[in-house]
Write a protein that binds this ligand. Structure first.
Ligand code: URP
Ligand code: ZN
Ligand code: ZN
Length: 462
């Protein structure tokens, strides 16, 4: 099968030019001006941008959490991602306490195998690292899982002690793997939560008010220090606040291999979304929580200066009707997480490029290229170049939509609300191509379940 994309404006993290792209056998075979070549299928991209497919390096599909399971599985979640122009995701497999990480990986591979619309890889959430499991980390790498997520939050669930964090980081550093951290001081937060509940403060907004930014910044600071001693690279996931960003900036200024991601929700939604005492705020119960609005300009500045490298979604959807409602009496029982996998590219294009905060090249860098480089997928993914996988988005920069759970161009996620309901966006992924095959064509999914392949990722290299 071959495909010719004609007349598009190709944008990568560094290039911006008009050319045609010829795709054969799932990869880009030729790029040139006015190519005269026969192809099985021709797409005219005149007036459109041609971007590398989006890469979302932080999703939780089919994840047991908070007494339920995230409502998108690998079929519905990857299809929704495809609609939005994301052609690769890296989800989190989980090692539960007392289990080998390899067993955890087997479970997640079985969940995804044969189901996905797009290519995918796994990070491994490590919750337990006695000496006998340290050698399993090497096997994970051989199986293409080259990054691990550790939690300083959620005591009793995913939390890891500083000692275990240090040991795991040392091993990762030795092998060249990447460590990512969910940085919030869960031990102190649990005490603040107890005080709030004792005072009858139980509505969703108290989820946010009991998780102050100082406790995010403290955990960022601490894990940077531990990673420095352990000689491990460190990637802070879902960074939300100016306080926490300052810690990352300081470390990077010292030349430490510290990286960070933020998410659209922290750039575009804020503390006011929790409302007052009603339950609607449960839609935004996620950890870390939404912050005071003034933090957003600091995060944008971090993106502009390069201290924040990637924008992921942390997609972890729970339906209001039968899942978020588990916490109707007390916020601690609301499953933590929010949907977003489908809207990332349009939201960031609109708020970043259209609103004049970032260039087109930067847009590609933060939504695709940087994640590919950080997580061992570049240049197979994350760019448009001869030999790269033909994961390509033909993006209409003029197309306007209002994001809504009822809009068939903006919502296919298996969840009964959209966190960005009513947002007007300009810019939509019109044609989405995964390894040379068109899988989305003007708001219609034309791919097949199981098109996606598991990606064995390389080690981190700076
Ligand atoms: O609230 C969130 N973020 N849920 C997903 C799990 C995590 O902490 O990333
Ligand atoms: Zn997290
Ligand atoms: Zn997450």
């Amino acid at each position: 099968m071959s495909l010719l994309i004609k007349n598009g404006r190709i944008i990568t993290a560094v290039d911006d030019y008009h050319a045609d792209i010829f795709i054969e056998n799932e990869t880009v075979a030729l790029i040139g001006k006015e190519l005269k070549i026969d192809a099985d299928n021709v797409v005219d991209a005149k007036g459109k941008y041609v971007f590398p497919g989006g890469i979302d390096p932080h999703t939780h599909l089919d994840m047991p959490f908070g007494g339920t399971v995230s409502s998108d599985d690998f079929e519905t979640g990857t299809r929704a991602a495809a609609y939005g122009g994301t052609t690769t995701l890296i989800d989190f497999a989980i090692q539960t306490q007392g289990q080998s990480p390899l067993e955890g990986l087997d479970i997640w591979q079985a969940k995804a195998d044969g189901k996905t619309a797009i290519d995918y890889g796994f990070h491994m959430i490590i919750t337990d690292m006695p000496d006998r499991y340290l050698t399993d980390l090497k096997v994970l790498i051989d199986r293409g899982v080259t990054s691990y997520k550790l939690f300083t939050a959620y005591p009793g669930v995913l939390y890891m002690s500083d000692g275990m964090i240090f040991n795991t980081m040392r091993k990762a550093g030795e092998m060249g793997a990447m460590i990512s951290v969910h940085a919030e001081n869960g031990i102190v937060i649990d005490e603040i939560v107890k005080l709030a509940i004792a005072e009858g403060k139980t509505s969703p907004k108290w989820h946010a008010l009991t998780r102050p930014t100082r406790m995010e910044a403290e955990a960022v600071h601490r894990t940077i220090a531990i990673a420095e001693l352990a000689e491990s690279p460190l990637y802070i996931v879902h960074l939300t606040s100016a306080d926490a960003l300052d810690e990352v900036t300081m470390a990077r200024d010292q030349g430490l291999p510290v990286f960070a991601e933020t998410c659209p929700q922290y750039l575009l939604l804020d503390l006011d979304h929790y409302g007052d005492e009603g339950f609607d705020g449960a839609k935004y119960v996620m950890s870390p929580p939404l912050r005071e609005k003034w933090n957003q300009e600091h995060l944008w500045r971090g993106i502009q200066t390069g201290d924040l490298q990637t924008i992921a979604t942390d997609h972890c959807p729970f339906r209001m009707e039968d899942q978020k409602i588990l916490g109707k009496d007390v916020f601690t029982k609301i499953p933590n997480g929010a949907p977003g996998i489908e809207n990332r590219m349009s939201l960031i294009y609109n708020s970043g490029v259209v609103e004049g905060r970032i260039s087109l090249n930067k847009f590609v860098e933060i939504t695709s290229t940087a994640a590919a480089k950080t997580f061992g997928l570049f240049p197979k993914k994350g760019t448009i170049a001869v030999g790269s996988d033909a994961d390509i988005v033909i993006f209409d920069p003029e197309r306007k939509e209002t994001i809504s759970v009822t809009n068939s161009c903006t919502h296919h996620m298996n969840v009964d609300y959209n966190a960005y309901e009513g947002f007007d966006i300009q810019g939509l992924s019109e044609t989405v191509i995964s390894r040379g095959k068109i899988i989305v064509d003007d708001c219609k999914y034309v791919g097949n379940k199981g098109n996606g392949q598991f990606l064995k990722r390389s080690l981190f290299s700076e």
